[in-house]
Structures are given as C-alpha cells and as structure tokens.
Write a protein that binds this ligand. Structure first.
Ligand code: SAM
Length: 269
C-alpha cells in the first residue's frame, strides 16, 4: 500500500545524492525560520525530528539550548545512513522507521518537529495520531510545511502557472499535497488532543538571499523532458519558458518567494 509519495521514487545513488544536496541547500536559506519556529513553540527536552531526511533540521534542533536530545527518524535507510555519517552533535541519534508506526513507547518525547514530511503523506491524520501517542502530555508538536499558493514570482515567469498546476496534480496523483500547510490547523483541532494551537507563516525570499532565485527557478533537464515526453508542453513552449527564466534570473530586482505554515500546539490527552 502506498502511504507516502516517497514510496514511488526508486532512486539511484546519484539521484539520492542530488536530493540530499538540494535539501541541504534549501535548509541553508531556511535555518533562521526553523530556529525561530522551534524557539517560539518552546520545543524542549527530548525532541523527535520526524522525516529528518539528511539530518540538516536535526542539526539545527540539537544546537538549541532547551533541547537535551534529538532523535531523527526517517523511513528511508539511505537518508539515515547519510545523516549518521554527518552527525554534528552527540545529542543526536537516528532511527530508521515509518512515521505511521514509531518504535517508541507512549509519552516518550517532550516535543516533535516535522518539516516537509506531511506534504508527502497519504494519511496525515494517522501520522498525527501516532505523533500524539509518543509525545507526553503538555509536550509540543510543530509541523512546518509548504503551501504552494504562497509561492510568488515577480515578474511572472512564462508558463509558471501552468507548470505549477501540472506539478500540483502530479504530486496529488502520487499522494502528495502541495497545500498541506494551511490544512494542518484543522487536523490539529480534529484530534481533540491539541490545545493552544497557533500558526505562523514563514517566508524565504530573494531579497534576503539573492541566490535563492536560482535554486527554485531552474527546472532540471529530467523535469523538462517529462513535460515534453508527456505532451504537456511543446518544445517551443519549453524553450520560451527556459528563456523567460534566464531573463528573470538576470533581472536585478526580480523577486522570488516561497512560504510555509508552521502550526504548533500543546498535547492534552
Ligand atoms: C522533503 S524531505 C524533508 C527532510 C527534512 N525534514 C528537511 O526539512 O530537510 C521529506 C522526508 O520525509 C521522509 N518520509 C516520507 N514518508 C515517510 C514516512 N512514511 N515515514 C518516515 N519518513 C518519511 C522522506 O524519506 C524524506 O526524507
């Protein structure tokens, strides 16, 4: 059974390393946002970093004073292996496990942070129930995730809306939700086990980080090829898109921004 869009990606070693490098690059721009959220939510003690990937978020959490220990969990063995090889603090340990079935007793953690995990989950409510099971009463749960409608290009890149629509539908087909950010608050209320729920919107943009534009505007050759092979774009349209991206990147005052929702609440069970 497919429980996460990640199940559908069979990756070669090179693809894996490319994804790791991309995640590390993105987090280098978002470090301050991650720290801000974790500190404001008053995350503390033994913290679960769920869907930790290469461990870049785990490293940030481990640096914070209120955190005694962080356990990074990911169901992809390759990420866990890589994260272990890059471990920067002895407060950290990594466990290979599925977020729907965590190998921890009830009430084990004081806090849980999950960034960019829920967008991939087919059953987000089940994953949230499992998190609530392993987090203590009065512990804090914070979910940080994307909302595609907070993405802004100015001026618009040619065909960017069409590409966004295709991307959203494709991700939905594979079980991902590119608008999960705005939906987490309702998921929290539905559990009846989370109180003092609060939501922040965090943005990362090219005003603060000019190199950020480049990272997000250039589609890979594989993605361009996908659009062509599946008849979603003609080669002429793709050429127009690529040229428009180049012009955008060369424009000194062009603007690019992504936005996430950070939703946190205290466990009352
Ligand atoms: C986009 S990455 C985010 C990594 C990291 N949290 C960050 O912000 O850089 C999503 C991660 O979720 C993991 N993941 C997806 N489905 C999962 C599941 N069912 N259980 C545990 N991890 C899962 C993937 O393997 C991947 O490492």
């Amino acid at each position: 059974m497919i429980k996460s869009s990640y199940d559908l990606r069979s990756k070669t070693y090179d693809e894996h390393m490319k994804q790791i490098k991309e995640l590390e690059k993105v987090i280098s721009f978002e470090k301050e946002n991650v720290e801000f959220c974790i500190k404001n939510a008053e995350m503390r003690g033994c913290c679960l970093d769920l869907g930790c990937g290469p461990g870049t978020t785990t490293d940030i959490i481990a640096m914070l004073n209120n955190i005694e220990r962080v356990i990074g969990v990911d169901y992809d063995k390759n990420f866990i292996k890589y994260a272990n090889s890059m471990k920067k603090s002895n407060k950290i340990c990594y466990v290979n496990a599925d977020c729907y079935d965590l190998p921890f007793p009830d009430d084990y953690f004081d806090s849980c942070y999950a960034r960019y995990l829920f967008q991939h989950l087919k059953y987000p409510e089940k994953a949230l129930d499992e998190i609530i099971r392993v987090v203590k009463n009065h512990g804090v749960i914070g979910i940080h995730d994307i909302d595609y409608d907070l993405v802004i290009h100015a001026p618009k890149v040619k065909y960017s809306d069409r590409i966004k629509k295709i991307n959203t539908r494709l991700k939905a087909y594979y079980g991902s939700d590119m608008h999960i950010g705005r939906k987490i608050e309702q998921l929290y209320y539905k559990t009846n086990k989370l109180k003092r729920i609060r939501v922040f919107k965090t943005v990362t943009n090219s005003v603060d980080y000019p190199e950020f534009k480049e990272l997000f505007c250039n589609m890979s050759n594989g993605d361009l090829d996908f659009l062509l092979r599946n008849g979603l774009f003609t080669s002429h349209e793709l050429h127009e898109h690529v040229e428009s991206v180049k012009a955008f990147l060369n424009m000194p005052d062009s603007f690019y921004q992504i936005g996430n929702y950070f939703t946190y609440g205290e466990v009352f069970k």
